[in-house]
Design a protein around this ligand. Structure first.
Ligand code: MN
Length: 297
């Protein structure tokens, strides 16, 4: 029997020049499979300025996934990668033991922005790997009848993304026509969640608000989704439950407070992460690390 759907509205979160909705982590739900972070931003329309302008900052222990529905984001990292994120193109940065990057609206832009960023926690066996960046503009898609699924990461209904991943997972964008009723096959050993990004849709008769995490739980062989009078786009994420203990602080995904403190000290001292060249401005300073209270006894 399927777990009932639980709906967790995204929480407004300040990215400096931009307000996003944070769907993961939430107090009620820290992870879905290995996905430990999900921010959704836009839709924005602008003629000047840089709605996205995140100065160089470090990451460890995760992969960042940038997936846009509209607009562009320019990425620079400490490996020397420079890449434009665009709709339909996967930008995947594997931090491993450490990388730094900046993310900004490019000078030439469409004047629109809508997208998501996901973090995938790396399993112990790979979290000290070399950092890497990859971009994929030919992702497989599956015909759903009155819609299509684009496989961003992992495998869905036999179609596999070429992106490198380190644990069993799925991330897919579902694009449904108005009035569509589709069924998407799921891996029952995975836990899954859906987020409606545009349009109208319902799952199991329940209407999904925009940017709300609909947690499906595990042991589901499929999910039935209906689109409303408008076309809709949804994000499906899932994976084998991630059982390693995560300590998340700022942009770091670690296993202990000590690892976080060391990564913070390395960033502040200019060690480990390398330099992001070409960004017009200062890099981000790490926030103060408040010591965790030590339990008595
Ligand atoms: Mn980042």
């Amino acid at each position: 029997m399927n777990e009932p759907l639980s709906l967790l509205p995204g929480a407004p979160t300040d990215l400096g020049t931009l307000t996003a909705r944070r769907l993961l982590p939430r107090r009620e739900r820290r992870t879905v499979g290995p996905f430990c972070f999900l921010d959704s931003y836009g839709p924005l329309a602008f003629t000047s300025g840089k709605p996205m302008d995140i100065a160089p900052h470090p990451h460890i222990g995760l992969q960042t996934v940038t997936w846009l529905l509209a607009g562009e984001v320019f990425h620079r990292d400490s490996l020397g990668s420079e890449a434009f994120a665009r709709p339909g193109v996967l930008s995947l940065m594997t931090a491993g033991r450490g990388i730094a990057h900046s993310e900004e609206t490019p000078e030439v832009h469409a004047g629109r922005l809508r997208g998501v960023q996901l973090w995938v926690a790396l399993p112990d066996a790979h979290r000290w790997d070399d950092p890497r960046f990859e971009r994929h503009d030919r992702l497989p898609s599956i015909d759903l009848g009155a819609g299509r699924a684009t496989v961003i990461l992992g495998e869905l209904a036999g179609a596999a993304s070429p992106a490198r991943v380190y644990s069993p997972l799925i991330a897919a964008e579902l694009a449904l026509e108005p009035g569509a009723a589709v069924t998407v096959a799921l891996e029952p050993r995975f836990e899954h969640a859906l987020a409606l990004l545009t349009g109208q849709a319902s799952v199991a008769g329940e209407r999904l608000p925009i940017d709300t995490l609909a947690v499906l739980g595990s042991d589901r062989a499929s999910v039935a989704i209906e689109s409303g009078a408008e076309a809709s786009r949804l994000l499906l994420v899932g994976g084998a439950p991630f059982t390693e203990p995560l300590v998340m602080w700022w942009n770091f995904v670690a296993r202990s407070h000590g690892e976080v403190a060391e990564a913070r000290a390395d960033w502040e001292a200019g060690r480990r992460f390398g330099e992001v060249l070409g960004y017009a401005g200062e890099r981000l300073a790490a926030p103060a690390l408040v010591a965790r209270p030590v339990p008595h006894g």
